[in-house]
Design a protein around this ligand. Sequence first.
Ligand code: ADP
Ligand code: MG
Length: 421
Amino acid sequence: MTFASLGLSDALARAVAELGYDEPTPVQRAAIPVVLRGGDVLASAKTGSGKTAAFLLPLLEALRARPGGAVRPVRAFILVPTRELAAQIVDSLQRYGRHLKKPLKTCLAVGGVSANPQMLALRGGADVVVATPGRALDLVDQNALRLGAVETLVLDEADRLFSLGFADELNRLLALLPARRQNLLFSATFPPAVRTFAERLLHEPTRIDVDDGELPSSDLILQRAIQVDAPRRTMLLRQLLETHAWSHVLTFVASRYAADHVALKLNRAGIPATSLHGDLSQGARTQALADFKAKRVRVLVATDVAARGLDIAGLPAVVNYDLPRSTVDYVHRIGRTGRAGDPGVAISFVSADTEAHFRLIEKRNHLSVAREQVAGFEPTLTAVSAAPPLDANGGVKGRRKSKKDKLREAAAAVPPPKRKP
Ligand code: ADP
Ligand code: MG
């Protein structure tokens, strides 16, 4: 199967070949023909499985094949939950579209930076706008962004955009779009409640579930859980950094304060680290991510602002210093590693206080991760908060290997085809 055989023109097939994409991934195979036909799509496929190209390539093909007029109304509107992800998608658009005869105009519309350059850029019209919801609405209010001619709406990390924090903004934006349009919804996770809600937006959608019923994270990720007392986590992280040859490590914490604090402590210990969270200026956020991608810092200590969609080439390890509050975010966080065919490890720190929450994460994601202890870091503290009781048998549910676990292990033992990023 080739990209050309899916209906993509030579210019696009050539661009992806140059990026080292030998053949389309399963979600690309399933989605590209449907998107080209103009159909609606609700696609769920694992982290790192190539969802971006699954919607961008056919979108570019459609825009290329039916050029717009001189006024360039916004024809494709791509909404995502974070600024960094929006910038990454614009990058991908440029890469995939580089051989198009008539280059398409793409605008980035995200908050945290001055709106003026974005307004200027939009003045000449744009074929594609990639936006975060808040700034998109601001630009609409300023009359700089008009969505009345949008042909295709894409929601990447769609379930996140349907969550409470974004619901109002999303609804206001949806009301501005033409009723007749193509809708493309992509994510690694679609909790049932979100799915029901999302489907109301779709018109006779094709549902793509590449990994039906399975854990939505990659088989390439080795998941570990280390029991440790909360106050000793930084020391344990330092020890792990010493004993593993990881080139760089993404560490998730629960708060902006913790991000700065842990990064500071690592730096003091001689480990180059930086933080990424929503209290930083956008300039500092962009710089932190760029430094990390370029491996100028070894550890990026981030809040969940980095949990979704970011594609950090060859990231070998993710550490949950704090567990994610949302059980779906566990899947997204660990999915920053194990991408594009490269294996990775995801380590969660679990203390007496967070054991019950980790059990919930396991249950919701149909997982069972063996608890480990590291010599010198054996936990001694007991839970201070009232932990929910164990199940009726007094045991931890799911500790014994299920049939599914065994199948998964068997699947993991088969080396996956090597794909280049
Ligand atoms: P997802 O959105 O599903 O998490 P991405 O779209 O970010 O995944 O893609 C993950 C990585 O895989 C990216 O580095 C991308 O360049 C690479 N990739 C995508 N499609 C292919 C392909 N067909 N062959 C090889 N690599 C690919
Ligand atoms: Mg993605």
